[in-house]
Design a protein around this ligand. Sequence first.
Ligand code: ADP
Ligand code: MG
Length: 324
Amino acid sequence: MSENHERILEAKHVTKKYSAPGGRTLTANSDINLCMYRGRTLGVVGESGCGKSTFMRMVLSLEEPTEGEILYRGKNITKLKGEKLRQHRQNIQMVFQDPSEAFNPKMKIMDIVCEPLLNFKRIKQSEKEQAARRLLEMVELPGDFAYRYPHNMSGGQRQRVGIARALALEPEIIICDEATSALDVSVQKTIIELLVRLQREKNIAYGFICHDIALVQSLAHQVAVMYLGNIVEILPGERIGAGSLHPYTRGLMGAIFDLKMDFSKPIESIEGEVPSPLDMPEGCPFQNRCRQCMEICRKEKPLLRTVSEDHQVACHLYGEGRQI
Ligand code: ADP
Ligand code: MG
């Protein structure tokens, strides 16, 4: 993928720390390095609290990294301010998890989907109805929905409106943070099909966070597995089942007994508990739960290392000179 696809976003050594009560520091993201490619989906998986949303908020320029930088088309976007930041926001949009909370209930659908276009003066007020109809049709909703209010729609329809709004400015990247998790499975399936079709037609890159690992597996061209603020493995979705190497990823895969596996619940096939992000261990973040933990794992943090094409893993088992 790295060779055949255009790189549009690159996270370099991105770390995010929050101050916590008692003068302590919470490390939500630790030295994240990854790329997003045009027209491709990056899936991010890992247990609740591992730092997925934090990372995506930085990609969306909603928060600034404490260290490191994020490049969009080679340009550092982490320090953008004022009008430059406002203009840049057109490139990276998001679909909210629960559109019923994200939308102003007093606004008509046409005002909701056209708001970004009006903000950036891409259309005039007089062109609003037509633009709204065009956007609604893109997400397979009748043009007449432009005159409705959010409460007159189903959850799935509202999520389509959320996607239409995200599409309005023709962004290169759309972030979907649990964007389909609140929907019924059958509705979720139709939304996913829509996202896949839109990606094919418009060459959009998705940053896709989802609890359902089977879904991510089928959808994501690359999956980043996060644990305690770290990326422990990156590999193509289709290879995560049989080809993953990191003991944590393998544990996650072993834990999937039904397709609705929910990461927000403890994972029983992996013993022990996730350490607190207030108390990052020295060495490998997964050491206390890893059955293959070695002496070096307690001292030295393993770095992400390329083990084969499109596959990187941060684990001393696969360190320099070791067999895979
Ligand atoms: P995920 O999306 O994977 O569930 P988050 O990125 O939301 O995880 O959170 C990662 C860690 O950072 C958690 O421990 C969370 O409590 C903490 N965190 C997130 N946002 C903030 C914040 N604004 N202030 C302090 N801590 C935060
Ligand atoms: Mg989250």
